[in-house]
Write a protein that binds this ligand. Structure first.
Ligand SMILES: Nc1ncnc2c1ncn2[C@@H]1O[C@H](COP(=O)(O)OP(=O)(O)OP(=O)(O)O)[C@@H](O)[C@H]1O
Length: 351
């Protein structure tokens, strides 16, 4: 059986506006593994929100199938539609919490009442709702703010209230749609770390929609890149941030690993030099490689660019060097580098 808690199969969503047809989501097939923090990234208008809104059928697909918790929530084949019942959908939606850029709190209610509001249809008695709200606020670090009003809290604290409310029904999935986009860097990091803690402690699956690649690097295990309604790339952090050849991915992940762009901006003609990019997990590097290249192979390596970056728990280094030396020595040097767990990529621009 698949370990995917959400499975999209050939999902499309189109909107018709007068004469215009907008293909917000086009033919997306994607699985989201249970227990992961899964990022969905892409520019504004790429279709990220529309895609995830099909999970709890806030948005019905125009075509395709959405399976959640191993059940088919919606399937449309030709003219034939099968969908879970309204009652089942209501129950299942409680298993899927959502948080947004805007915290959507009730301004005239205190923090505790805001969280209790999330439990309105839970079947719990008033005292039980109160106790649950207090417990959730403790979990998000706001146990001392039960009687405060939203306007008395910082943006980060308000988002914590929204998280407590979203988690009050003990959902299995939390969808975070640009939840940190309105926060300053410090609050952003604190909220991301809270999401990571919730994922690790409670096995909560988190779907993180964001245009902030730093957020993805900080907490996601895998990421899908969307562009023009399509998923154009999927992979773990190394595959997306370091190895991806996909032009959209490279643009979205930024310049740090986009070596050719950087070199061009430095007016370096890559095809006239013998440039190679070395990518390595810094924990793996034990040898003094630049010295070894010279001592073992008589190759001198002049450093053109270097960068170090944290991807999740891994520290990834990138070094671009110009290799000078005999051809055979160079080949032997590349073999040696690969033997040191270093990924070696020749930098040449397509003619
Ligand atoms: N209800 C709607 N009616 C018409 N068009 C819509 C509707 N919802 C979304 N769209 C359009 O669908 C496309 C995808 O929008 P969507 O909000 O899913 O993108 P996104 O990647 O989440 O970007 P953003 O972060 O800006 O919301 C956009 O062109 C948007 O204008």
């Amino acid at each position: 059986m698949s370990n995917n808690i959400v499975q999209f199969k050939d999902v499309s969503v189109t909107f018709k506006q007068k004469k215009n047809v907008i293909h917000a989501v086009s033919d997306v097939t994607l699985g989201i593994p249970k227990g992961e923090i899964f990022g969905i990234a892409g520019y504004s208008g790429a279709g990220k929100s529309t895609l995830v809104r099909t999970i709890n059928l806030l948005q019905k697909p125009t075509d395709g199938e959405v399976d959640v918790f191993g059940k088919t929530f919606y399937k449309k084949e030709g003219d034939h539609v099968s969908s879970i019942s309204t009652k089942d959908l209501r129950d299942e939606r409680r298993q899927i919490g959502m948080i947004f850029q805007h915290f959507n709190l009730l301004e005239e209610q205190n923090v505790q009442r805001n969280v209790e509001f999330g439990l309105k249809h839970s079947g719990l008695k008033e005292k039980e709702r109160e106790a649950k709200a207090k417990k959730m606020l403790d979990i998000v670090g706001l146990g001392d703010y039960l009687k405060a009003y939203p306007s008395q809290l910082s943006g980060g604290q308000q988002q914590r209230v929204a998280i407590a409310r979203a988690l009050a029904n003990d959902p299995k999935i939390l969808i975070s749609d640009e939840a940190t986009s309105a926060l300053d860097p410090k609050n952003t990091d604190q909220i991301l770390d809270l999401l990571k803690e919730l994922n690790e402690k409670y096995g909560l699956t988190i779907i993180l929609i964001t245009h902030e690649m730093e957020a993805i690097k900080r907490i996601c295990q895998q990421v899908a890149i969307m562009s023009d309604g399509k998923v154009v790339d999927v992979g773990d952090l190394l595959e997306i941030f370091v190895d991806s050849k996909n032009p959209t991915t490279r643009k979205i992940v930024g310049n740090s690993f986009n070596a050719l762009e950087i070199l061009k901006s430095m007016n370096i003609d890559v095809n006239k030099r013998n440039l190679i990019q070395l990518t390595y997990l810094s924990a793996d590097i034990t040898d003094p490689i630049i010295v070894s290249l010279y001592e073992k192979f008589h190759i001198s390596a002049s450093i053109i660019y270097s960068n170090i970056e944290k991807l999740g728990e891994q520290v990834v280094g990138t070094l671009i060097v110009d290799l000078l030396g005999g051809k055979e020595d160079q080949e032997a040097a590349v073999k040696y580098l690969e033997g040191q767990n270093i990924k070696v990529t020749e930098l040449k621009e397509a003619e």
